[in-house]
Ligand binder design. Structure first.
Ligand code: TRP
Length: 487
């Protein structure tokens, strides 16, 4: 298997990512005090052992984070003084010397190879998609696994074996994925979950729901409600252009569907009742000055994980298992969802996590739609694609042709090579490119040319398909209606 991402995660103590978002000792102190109070009240209320244990565990992790951040032990009633703030971002004691930030709003690392996904698995407590699981998917669906599985683009999962067990017993499941429509412009990285979801839909022949969180983008960005809704519709056209089956796919904007579906809203309030402010603070790092819309939003991203949120598709069935393909930065939402599910009588959704799609400038960060030079957009012309790759794609090659021939290039940090691992279908060709680049036989300019010639037709075809998507087709996908499938 080809892997391109290895990196180092700063704090291994933070197994659940509990302290993500706490940027000052004071914030962490406040979170600790609140958690201490919660443990006390659970104990005095004689709450269930599992619940008390979970609260204590979180408290212990916060204490470790506090010690790491301030260099001091947490003492209840003694807030940190101003001068203790030991740097949290200095070199780690184990010599790792690098730091990754991964949450729904930030992805960054100082390591040129990108985020260390193996460590992320440990930190998030998910499972690795290993060869055994890839082989099993191949056996169950009788087809060659998608290149994203063969190459570790989808690298982590929760409960995928359980989904396959059920499928083998002819119990159906459904797919759920989504997109936050923050602008009209989508880039190639945004297509990764959709390309893969389309493959899963074809493979398993199951229904799919796609959430456009225009409400989320309104709450987080400086945009009007109308703009966010319009972006949702525009993005929907790009999503439809990925080839989803109208008979099996329901796409919805939160701004539209929340008000149209009592069943959806009922699930939202059930989730809201079972998650405390303190929990979302711990998971998402919200602070007292965040608007209440943000604080309650995670319930809206959680609700589509439950089948009875879509009565037009599933009737009143609440027991149909959901599988969510998404980028790993969305996992905090679904850790929360999985925690709530059994308490409101629903199955936990299973997950498949992808790595990030790196920016042209290098794997330290993911592509950003707000920086035109960091991304290849779905609207780029062949010429723009060529220029961006030639000018901006970070190269693992040597400075001169002589040196490159002599020492070879480094495919692990080369962005053009990384992009080829996402989009070039032929495994043998890809492996040959890697070897030739590493040996120095293939020059950076030649590697870039292969990438340009891979992306130009791919994007031109996408543009062609998008042109075919009329307003009427958008409306059909977005109308609540029965879908065609057998349970
Ligand atoms: N919050 C996601 C974003 O900003 C959008 C989203 C909603 C999503 N539901 C999802 C992504 C389910 C993946 C799976 O892009």
């Amino acid at each position: 298997m080809l892997t391109y991402g290895r990196l180092l995660v700063k704090d291994m103590t933070d197994c659940q990512g509990v302290a993500e978002g706490a940027s000052t000792p004071m914030e962490l102190y406040e979170r600790l005090s609140a958690q201490g109070g919660k443990v006390r009240s659970l104990k005095s209320a004689k709450a269930e052992k599992a619940e008390v244990d979970a609260a204590v565990q979180l408290l212990l992790m916060l204490k470790m984070d506090y010690k790491q951040m301030t260099g001091q032990d947490y003492k209840a009633g003694c807030p940190p003084s101003d001068n203790v703030g030991a740097p949290n971002n200095g070199p780690a004691a184990d010599g790792a010397g690098e730091e990754d930030t991964v949450d729904p709003w930030n992805v960054s690392t100082t390591n040129a190879n990108g985020v260390d996904y193996d460590k992320l698995i440990v930190r998030f407590g998910s499972s690795k998609i290993d060869k055994e699981l890839v082989d099993r998917i191949e056996r169950v669906c009788g087809q060659k696994p998608h290149r994203f599985l063969r190459r570790g683009v989808f690298f982590s999962h929760r409960d995928m074996h359980q989904v396959l067990d059920a499928y083998e017993k002819h119990k159906s499941f459904y797919l759920y994925t989504g997109r936050g429509p923050s602008s009209e412009a989508m880039h190639v990285g945004h297509l990764i979950p959709f390309i893969f979801t389309k493959w899963l839909q074809d493979m398993f022949d199951i229904p799919l729901v796609i959430q456009l969180t225009d409400d989320e983008k309104y709450l987080w960005k400086d945009l009007t409600v109308e703009e966010c809704h319009r972006f949702a519709i525009e993005n929907t056209k790009d999503i439809i252009a990925c080839g989803f089956d109208l008979n099996k796919t329901f796409i919805f904007s939160d701004l539209d569907y929340m008000g149209a579906s009592p069943e959806f809203y009922r699930n939202v309030v059930k989730i809201q009742k079972h998650v405390t402010f303190n929990q979302v603070k711990g998971i998402f790092g919200f602070t007292d000055s965040d608007c209440i819309g943000k604080i309650s939003f995670p319930a809206i991203q959680a609700a589509p994980s439950f089948s009875n949120s879509f009565p037009h598709i599933f009737g009143s069935r609440k027991d149909i298992q959901c599988l969510i393909p998404c980028a790993i930065d969305q996992d905090p939402y679904f850790r929360m969802t999985r925690d709530v599910a059994p308490r409101i009588g629903y199955p936990k959704p299973a997950l498949l996590h992808s790595t990030f799609f790196p920016a042209l400038q290098g794997a330290q960060t993911k592509m950003s739609a707000s920086d035109a030079n960091s991304s290849i957009f779905l609207t780029d012309t062949p010429k723009q694609i060529k220029n961006k790759i030639n000018k901006h794609a970070f190269s693992g090659g040597k400075d001169t042709v002589e040196e490159h021939r002599k020492y070879g290039g480094n495919a692990d940090v080369d962005v053009s090579f990384m992009y080829l691992t996402f989009f070039l279908e032929d495994d043998e060709q890809l492996e040959k490119i890697r070897q030739d680049y590493t040996s120095g036989a293939l020059l950076t300019g030649e590697l870039k040319k292969i990438l340009i010639e891979t992306l130009q037709p791919m994007i031109a075809q996408h543009q062609e398909r998008r042109k075919q998507v009329t307003d009427e087709i958008v409306k059909q996908f977005m109308t609540p209606r029965p879908l065609n499938f057998k349970l």
